[in-house]
Design a protein around this ligand. Structure first.
Ligand code: ASP
Length: 438
């Protein structure tokens, strides 16, 4: 059994957090591979080390003295090393970075040093070995990840060992350090889990899993216990801030379960993400996995007598949007009308060009544009083929005086999507949550 763990910035923020990480790792002998982020914020007013490193590089670039900023960075790590009595030669490492800064270090190499130092310290503290990401995570010249080479290299370097790996960066074919996108240590963790064919990828953060609804709208929403990769895609498409696609694909591809956990509440099981679950029989009362949404959509409704039976009309309509490079997110339709739901921000500059083309090519009886629409999606694998679910959703919204401007449901019946006025957005989410989750 092998578990690959990734700890985010808040889990690496100070010595007290390192202690929690150690307790978690030591609680289970199969937790043998640990990927870490740079030190994050200790409190609301604090700075993330990665942000300070970017700031340092900006100083270097414009010839401004960056010593005070680098001093802040050094002190964070010195404090952790001192508090935990670590043996690692931190001063030598800091001196080496300082020296490279004098010699024109690249931005990507400098900002990667946050993860590098975190991993050195954590390896020392856990008594694990340090494996530099530059020695296994290899990029191609076009910036994509050379998975085959990387996986083989890590499999060889981590074989039978307990290791700590810095997240967020790897190496280009010419030896330069290259970073992933911001928050990219999640991706490093997923790649490591895939390379080593781990039994589970545990992603340790500061919340007890993915929440069922946005906590800025619903007070204290419950975490999702189990969610499939498909449901997660639906939720993230609908607007939920969940894991980055890049994080998911390496583990999904290898069918490795992904478990989101909370370093500050280690007994909580968090959220488990898998391809599918053997769900409990239909007695399960909760059929919604999560609720997500976004404001500021526009609905373009085209009405033309006989539209649904005419051949090729829909194609012309979609082409008018395609020609302006506007993605159409939902397409609810009726007999004589079709509505196209698009992000208002993406259509605002080209709306009149699209309307002009529609007039010319489709010759509709009527076109109507409705702005200020919010889309709310209730997502749940257990909704599929279950009669009465949408009826209940509409009834609850209606009872709260929320008028539904659009309805859409995917053929796999995993989601029900409703469009409401922007002003009703938060209330619609609260009504759904309170009706079906609480
Ligand atoms: N430290 C990097 C960032 O702040 C990567 C990470 O934490 O995942 O973006």
């Amino acid at each position: 059994m092998l578990k690959v763990l990734k700890f985010g910035g808040s889990s690496m923020a100070d010595a007290a957090q390192y202690q929690k990480v150690k307790d978690i790792v030591e609680a289970d002998p199969s937790r043998r591979v640990v990927v870490v982020s740079a030190a994050g914020k200790r409190n609301g007013d604090d700075h993330k080390i990665t942000d300070l490193l970017y700031l340092c590089h900006a100083h270097l670039k414009y010839g401004v003295d960056c010593a005070p900023v680098f001093q802040m960075i050094s002190e964070r790590y010195q404090e952790i090393a001192r508090d935990l009595n670590l043996k690692v030669r931190l001063e030598d490492e800091l001196a080496r970075i300082r020296q490279k800064m004098g010699a024109g270090i690249s931005e990507e190499e400098l900002v990667s040093r946050g993860e590098y130092l975190s991993a050195l310290l954590m390896a020392d503290y856990l008594g694990f070995e340090f494996v530099d990401a530059a020695h296994w995570l290899k990029f191609n010249f076009d910036g994509s990840i050379d998975k085959e080479t990387s996986y083989a290299a890590l499999a060889q370097q981590a074989e039978g060992r307990k290791v700590v790996i810095p997240g967020f960066y790897g190496m280009m074919p010419d030896g330069r350090i290259k970073t992933l996108t911001r928050g990219g240590s999640d991706i490093t963790g997923a790649l490591a889990a895939a390379a080593l064919n781990a039994d589970v990828y545990e992603n340790w953060t500061d919340v007890s899993g993915i929440l069922m609804a946005d906590p800025r709208i619903v007070e204290d929403p419950q975490p999702i216990e189990r969610v499939t990769y498909n449901e997660l895609r639906e939720l993230s498409h609908a607007g939920a801030q969940v894991l980055h696609e890049g994080t998911i694909y390496p583990v999904r591809e290898k069918n490795i379960p992904l478990n989101i956990r909370n370093t500050n509440e280690p007994e909580h099981p968090g959220t488990l993400i898998m391809e599918s679950f053997d769900d409990a029989p239909d007695t399960e009362h909760r059929f919604i996995t999560g609720i997500a949404g976004k404001k500021d959509y526009s609905i373009v409704t085209i009405t033309k007598n006989g539209l649904s039976s005419a051949v090729g009309e829909l194609k012309k309509i979609l082409e008018a949007f395609e020609n302006q490079n506007v993605a159409v997110e939902y397409v609810p339709s009726g007999i004589d009308s079709v509505s196209l739901v698009v992000d208002s921000g993406k259509i605002s500059d080209c709306l009149y060009s699209i309307l002009g083309e529609l007039q010319k090519k489709v010759k509709p009886d009527h076109i109507k544009v409705t702005d200020q629409i919010a889309v709310v999606a209730a997502v749940g694998r257990k909704m599929a083929f279950r009669p009465g679910v949408s009826g209940k959703i509409f009834e609850r919204l209606g009872r709260h005086g929320i008028s539904i401007r659009m309805i859409s449901q995917g053929p796999d019946e995993m989601n029900i999507i409703v469009g409401v006025d922007n002003k009703d957005y938060a209330e619609a989410i609260r009504v759904l949550y309170n009706s079906f989750v609480k």
